[in-house]
Design a protein. Structure first.
Length: 151
């Protein structure tokens, strides 16, 4: 059975990435350990985080999911989802377990980027299913969903 050239190239590229990552993890003196940080990242399994719409998030909150807003306090005061908990992403990166408020945790920021960073920081938590609210508070407001202002 003859493989195509592209299939062989893809196989060697993947195998090479895995070997570099393995070498870095196993040996502190390996010269590959100091270079090519992308190779090790490529082998790490990405956390399974579902992106949901603001409407789905609202329904899930009504069903008992916890919403964690990962923005900064000044942003929170401008507008936030009633019933959400403010834990800035910097704080969450240091203490990921702090946001494990329920079996299902919805992560919200301004547009979705910081929520994805927070989800990555929380990826090792057991018994917590993470969801990122697509488009953050911006899409929440565009959808006409209610927000609270102030502290």
């Amino acid at each position: 059975m003859k493989k195509s050239l592209l299939a062989e190239i893809a196989l060697y590229a993947f195998a090479g990435t895995a070997v570099v990552a393995f070498a870095r993890e196993r040996s502190l003196s390996c010269p590959l350990r100091q270079s090519a940080p992308i190779a090790a990242k490529a082998v790490k399994a990405a956390p399974t985080v579902e992106t949901i719409s603001p409407q789905q998030a609202q329904a899930m909150m009504k069903a008992g999911a916890a919403m964690v807003d990962v923005r900064e306090p000044a942003e929170w005061e401008e507008a936030h989802v009633a019933g959400s908990t403010l834990i800035p992403v910097g704080e969450l990166k240091q203490e990921p377990g702090k946001a494990a408020l329920a079996p299902k945790v919805l992560l919200l920021c301004r547009s979705g980027r910081r929520a994805a960073v927070a989800a990555d920081a929380m990826s090792d938590l057991k018994n917590v299913k993470l969801f990122v609210v697509e488009g953050g508070i911006v899409n929440w407001q565009k959808a006409g969903l209610p927000v609270s202002k102030g502290k």
